[in-house]
Design a protein around this ligand. Sequence first.
Ligand SMILES: Cc1cc2nc3c(=O)[nH]c(=O)nc-3n(C[C@H](O)[C@H](O)[C@H](O)COP(=O)(O)O)c2cc1C
Ligand code: SF4
Ligand code: SF4
Length: 257
Amino acid sequence: MEKHEVRIDTDKCIGCGLCVKTCAARNIRLKDKKAEIVSEHCILCGQCTAVCPKEAVSISGYDMEPARKTWNAQLNPGEVLDAIRFRRSIRQFQDKKIPKDVIDQILEAGRLTHTAKNKQDVSFVVLDKEKDRIEQMAVRIFKKVKPLAGLFSPMVKRFEIDRHFFFFKAPVVIVVLAEDKTNGILAAQNMEFVAEANGLGVLFSGFFTTAANISRRIRKELRVPKGKKAAMTLVLGYPGIKFLRSTQHEKLDVRYM
Ligand SMILES: Cc1cc2nc3c(=O)[nH]c(=O)nc-3n(C[C@H](O)[C@H](O)[C@H](O)COP(=O)(O)O)c2cc1C
Ligand code: SF4
Ligand code: SF4
C-alpha cells in the first residue's frame, strides 16, 4: 500500500476554516488565514478533502480522486425500512449466472463501507470456480463435529450435512476478510443491500465463516492474510423462492433515559 499524506494547496485555500472544524483528529489549524497540517499522524479519513469548497486539500497515494457529489444522496426512509423488513435469507437459488458488473458493484459497496479509525482493513475472496471444492472442505469438517454438536442441540441432530450444506448451489460466494470483525460485518451488510437492489438473494453463512476460521487448510486455500479472519460469508444468487410476507419480530426493546 502506498503511503498517504494530507496536503494543503495554500494558493487555493481561502482560510474558511471548514477543514479545521471537521477534522476529528484536530490535525489542521489556521495560520495567517491559511490551513496548515499539524502532523502526519491522523486517521486519514479524508473528511478535510470532502468538505473543502476550493479543492485545496488532497491526500496522496490513492489511485482514485474523490467523487463530486452532484445530487442530494437522500434515500426514502419508508422504502429503506421496507427493504429491511422484507429482505429474507435465501437458501434456494436459480441456476443463473450473476453478471460481472453486478458482482463488481457489490464489492464496491464493501470497499466503500466505513471502518473504525478508517482502517480500511476489509478484503474479499470471490468463490466461483473453486466454490464447490472449498465447500467440500467445510463439509468434511462439519461432518466430523456434528455427532458432538448434536448431543447439545436437537436441531443440529436433524441436519444432514450434504454436499450443498453451506452454499445451497448458489452461483457465487464472497468471503469477507477483516482484521476487525465489526468492520467486515458492516461491509457485508452494505453488500447485501446492493445485492438485493440488483434482484439477488443473499444468505449470510455463519457456518462457513466458522469453518473458515477453525480450519487452517481453508484459511490457506482462501489465502487469508496474517492478522485477518473471515468476518462473514455472503452466499449470492437469484432467488428460487418468493416470500409473500414479512416475518414476526419481538417487541421493540428500548429504554429512553
Ligand atoms: C450472522 C448470521 C449468520 C447466519 N448464518 C447462517 C448459516 O450459516 N446458515 C443458514 O442457513 N442461515 C444462516 N443465517 C440466517 C439466519 O438463520 C436468518 O437470518 C434468521 O433465521 C432470520 O431469517 P431471515 O433472514 O429470513 O429474516 C445467518 C444469519 C446471520 C445474521
Ligand atoms: S476548507 Fe479548504 S479553503 Fe477552507 S480552510 Fe480548509 S483548506 Fe482552506
Ligand atoms: S484526513 Fe481526516 S484526520 Fe486527517 S487531517 Fe483530514 S480530516 Fe483530519
